[in-house]
Ligand binder design. Structure first.
Ligand code: FAD
Length: 543
């Protein structure tokens, strides 16, 4: 009985398939039409061949009447669901429902197929053994020549494994993202073209601190300057690095920030279909950069260092003060001696034997002895080795050393460092002394101006092959006639000279020249004084 029912159904199915192929409904997926047409090259094939094709197709196929009553199922349907065809024919497709699919999905399904459209979606089904699976289903209406729905063609496959894999991937992605976001270090995945593919919360926070400037670019610039790091080369060769400390001087931030950076090469995500079969050597790589902020520990180390520098500078200053005082005394003593020499050289002074001449000669002699003793008493400067120095760091230290004076004078410091600055070869103590002197001068200038608002601006920038430091103050400025004179020894233009001997700028110039650089006072600057210090990046100009 069941057998008869089945062969009758097969006949109906053949008719249905022929009609379906003659006029497939709008939206029918190409693969369905292809599946039926594959052997015919567009021509109709004998129904037996159709049946064999459908029967042996690797996807679960069912054909129902207009109310979803099953008329035919293929072998793959039996294999997937575990039901023999006799057990399903005559029943509604709902027998596969596990009752976990929301009603709204079925409503949408029926709305679509009754409108003679193809429906595609996912349902939760169960097998005969009650095991649940996810069915990816396509339902296509089969129409009568009059355009009425006479049958439905259903094709479905089990996508449970794919779904599970997707879920696992999703879970792993959210786990990785959560771990990355919870991590206190800055993490960024960067392509060889400096594009950031992936980042974390700490990176985004730093992006805010950098006022929108991509931190990855700043890290790469600093690494390039510090260890000659080449991003494209690292992506090519796979050569990473670990624990390289870099310094960032962010605009608007008073203190620098330090990061310990490490990087490894990773495969770049490539979703392009055309690259599916690509060769290994064509794989594109990117860099996973991990930057751990070490500003806190660096601050503590710098504090200790600053105290040592403070003590060193106090000693250095004492030596310089003594040198200035003794040099000043020698300079001043030259005046009476020159007068004596001139008097002795005057015609008609009389013979060397005259009493006055003898006294003058004696005075000259003892004066020369005194000068020699003074020269010998000049404390010598300690020779200092050149090393790689970061001028931002030197200036920052000098500002910290001058904090008390700046506060006492009510001076506002506008600190505008270049975010990333190349290191230069230099003598750190000499450079510190130089900038300390320029800052002290600026403080004295704003104090002398008597203005209510007192400002000193310090700016660093990097030009092609030199670093430029600008020290500006809103004091009275230096009149044009004095702009070269201020560098002369023992020139003092302060209205309150105090302990100044007028050697500071002379010595500052000496230090700069010793570094192969230059110092000048900006002639065009109005409303104060602006001093430019230029230092060569590559070496000390042969010094
Ligand atoms: P029902 O009350 O039967 O249906 C739920 C809602 O669907 C109804 O409230 C109504 O809005 C709509 N609906 C149901 N039948 C009709 C209808 N004849 N006309 C208009 N609206 C209707 N379901 C599965 O769960 N798994 C399958 O693998 C599956 N394969 C299918 C293959 C084909 C070719 C077709 C045509 C349908 C298939 N269905 C399948 C849908 C199935 O026929 C049922 O509609 C569904 O299982 C819900 O049945 P139910 O008894 O839970 O609720």
């Amino acid at each position: 009985m069941i057998q008869q029912k089945s062969s009758a159904a097969s006949g109906e199915v053949m008719d249905a398939i022929s009609r379906f192929l003659a006029a497939p409904p709008e939206g029918t997926p190409a693969e369905i039409i292809e599946a039926f047409n594959s052997f015919g090259g567009g021509r109709f094939l004998p129904p037996k061949l159709f049946l064999e094709t459908v029967e042996q197709a690797p996807v679960a196929i069912s054909i129902t009447d207009a109310s979803a009553r099953i008329l035919y199922v293929n072998h793959a349907f039996e294999a997937l669901t575990g039901y023999q065809r006799d057990e399903v024919i005559g029943h509604n497709e709902s027998m596969l429902s596990s009752r976990s699919t929301p009603l709204s999905v079925y409503q949408e399904l029926w709305k679509t197929i009754q409108a003679r459209q193809v429906w595609q979606g996912t349902l939760v089904n169960h097998k005969k053994c009650k095991e649940e699976y996810l069915a990816e289903l396509v339902i296509s209406p089969v129409l009568t020549p009059g355009g009425e729905v006479s049958y439905y063609l259903g094709m479905h496959r089990d996508i449970t494994a794919v779904h599970q894999l997707g879920q696992r991937l999703k879970f792993q992605k959210s786990l990785t993202e959560a771990a990355l976001d919870a991590a206190p270090m800055v993490v960024a995945m960067i392509t060889a073209e400096r594009k950031v593919l992936l980042d974390n919360h700490a990176y985004k926070a730093l992006l805010g601190d950098c006022r929108g400037v991509e931190p990855a670019g700043l890290f790469l610039d600093a690494l390039e300057q510090q260890i000659d790091f080449d991003l494209a080369g690292a992506c090519r060769t796979g050569k990473g690095f670990t624990n390289v400390e870099i310094r960032l001087d962010l605009a608007g931030s008073a203190a620098p920030r330090w990061f310990s950076c490490s990087a490894v090469r990773v495969d770049e995500l490539d979703e392009a279909a055309q690259n599916y079969f690509k060769q290994q050597e064509q794989t594109r790589y990117c860099l996973l950069l991990i930057a751990n902020e070490v500003t806190g520990s660096r601050k503590r180390i710098n504090e200790v260092r600053l105290n040592m520098i403070r003590a060193g500078m106090a000693e250095q200053q004492m030596v310089e003060t003594m040198r200035e005082a003794i040099s000043g005394a020698i300079f001043k003593m030259q005046v009476p001696f020159n007068i004596i020499r001139a008097a002795l050289a005057m015609p008609g002074t009389g013979s060397d034997q005259c009493g006055v001449c003898q006294v003058l000669h004696q005075a000259l002699e003892s004066g020369n002895e005194a000068m020699e003793s003074l020269q010998a008493a000049l404390p010598s400067r300690t020779a200092e080795q050149a090393s790689m120095v970061n001028i931002n760091e030197i200036l920052h230290e000098v500002m910290r050393l001058s904090t008390e004076r700046l506060l006492a004078s009510g001076v506002v410091v506008d600190w505008r460092p270049a975010t990333v600055l190349s290191s230069v070869t230099g003598r750190p103590n000499a450079l510190r002394g130089l900038f300390k002197y320029l800052i002290d001068n600026a403080i004295q200038a704003v104090n002398e101006s008597g203005q209510d608002y007192r400002e000193i601006r310090l700016q660093t920038r990097q030009l092609d092959q030199e670093l430029v430091v600008e020290v500006m103050d809103n004091g009275p400025g230096i009149p044009e006639a004095m702009r070269l004179k201020v560098f002369e020894p023992f020139f003092c233009g302060w209205s309150r000279a105090g302990e100044h001997a007028g050697m500071g700028l002379t010595m500052a110039q000496e230090v700069i020249l010793g570094h192969g650089g230059s110092i000048e006072i900006d002639a065009d600057f109005c409303g104060g004084c602006r001093v430019f210090v230029r230092l060569p990046i590559n070496g000390m100009g042969g010094v």
